[in-house]
Design a protein around this ligand. Structure first.
Ligand SMILES: Nc1ncnc2c1ncn2[C@@H]1O[C@H](COP(=O)(O)OP(=O)(O)OP(=O)(O)O)[C@@H](O)[C@H]1O
Ligand SMILES: [Mg+2]
Length: 349
């Protein structure tokens, strides 16, 4: 895989507040990479720096081994779909998409071919003459994407492109965007604060908080092996329980000893034990290593979500079986469902 974009030691402040702090990241050719993190963590700012709409205080943006830090947006082989679509309301679909090409003085014949090509890719052929305000939210989104791909950039930056759509449409568009990326063979840098969207669409997920990277990895890595408390909490629900590594793939928590698969801990080192809600097994009380009192429950369609009180700590578990509020239930966990985190990883959270 070839590195296409490198962000090197990027620092950016607004009003003396540091928004990006010595940020380093590389993005490969043809990669679908997603930046995910809470509101205000710097995602849009980072995208604007890659697109050339924002300067850096320090650091460099490198594209295909060339320093493009000072290059104007129009001179970059990068296009953006903004958080708000920013379509021209007084122009129809065709003219919206043709706009940038006309500025570049491309001839009308070529523009016509390109506009038709891009509309076909977003499934909007036959909408050329439609006014923007007579399109649904999802259709406007497609026009914004068509406008961004029409001059065949090497990189498409997408800033929460699906944020305004309802759930069903959002899921369809997630699928379509993924297909589009495969067809176009270009790099997508996608921004969302929806962790599920990040996991389902990406080759690589970058979890950000406070202008810093908390973890980079495949969706599976990020979900199964969160590096710290922030990632474990942000990406899906987690139970984080204080424990002690005993050595020899054994860990103690809730006054019981469990087998685990982690080994990079010293004997008797304190650790945080992460267990996903769906990874507990509900078992008979006599066989249970953990016992909890059901304090709340919600039916979620396929499963029940139960809140439990376990030794004065709140657990969240998912189970297919109903349980009465106030009853005591027993839990076990398999070794490979137990993930240990370093306690000092708290510092970043
Ligand atoms: N032009 C600006 N002037 C001053 N502060 C700014 C400017 N642009 C962004 N900020 C601040 O920088 C921080 C990061 O903003 P940014 O838009 O990058 O966040 P974000 O991660 O995209 O958030 P969201 O998920 O809400 O879109 C915020 O605190 C924001 O208020
Ligand atoms: Mg943003």
């Amino acid at each position: 895989m070839k590195k296409l974009i490198e962000l090197k030691n990027i620092t950016k402040s607004f009003d003396e507040q540091i928004i990006l702090d010595d940020f380093n990241l590389y993005i490969n050719e043809n990669e679908f990479i997603t930046l995910v993190g809470p509101s205000g963590c710097g995602k849009t700012t980072l995208l604007r720096i890659i697109g050339g709409f924002e300067n850096t205080d320090e650091g460099h943006v490198v594209f295909d081994n060339q320093d493009i830090t000072k290059l104007a947006p129009n001179d970059r082989q990068i296009n953006t779909v903004f958080q708000k679509y920013a379509l021209f309301p007084h122009l129809n679909v065709y003219d919206n998409i043709a706009f940038g090409l006309r500025l570049k003085k491309r001839d009308e014949q070529e523009i016509n071919e390109l506009v038709k090509w891009s509309l076909k890719l977003v499934n909007l052929s036959n909408y050329e003459q439609r006014d923007i305000d007579r399109l649904s939210g999802g259709q406007q989104q497609r026009v914004a994407i068509a406008r961004a791909i029409v001059n065949k950039p090497k990189v498409l930056l997408l800033d929460e492109p699906l944020g305004a759509l309802d759930l069903k449409l959002r899921q369809n568009m997630q699928y379509e965007l993924k297909e589009l990326q495969k067809k176009l063979h270009i790099t997508f840098v996608f921004v969302t604060h929806d962790q599920e969207e990040a996991l389902s669409m990406s080759d690589t997920v970058v979890v950000m908080n406070n202008g810093q990277i908390q973890q980079i990895g495949t969706p599976e890595d990020i979900y199964n092996e969160p590096k710290n408390r922030f990632v474990a909490n942000f990406i899906g629900e987690s139970n984080i329980i204080p424990g002690k590594y005993l050595g020899n793939k054994l860990v103690e928590f809730e006054n019981a000893i469990f087998e685990c698969v982690d080994t990079n801990f010293k004997e008797n080192e304190l650790c945080d034990v992460v267990i996903r809600p769906e990874d507990f097994d509900v078992v008979n009380l006599e066989n249970a290593k953990i016992k909890g009192i059901v304090t709340d429950k919600v039916f979620k369609g396929v499963h029940y979500e139960l809140c439990l009180d376990v030794n004065n700590k709140e657990y969240i578990i998912h189970t297919y079986e109903d349980a009465q509020i106030g009853s005591t239930i027993g839990l076990n966990v398999d070794a490979f469902e137990i993930h240990l985190m370093k306690v000092n990883s708290l510092e970043n959270a």
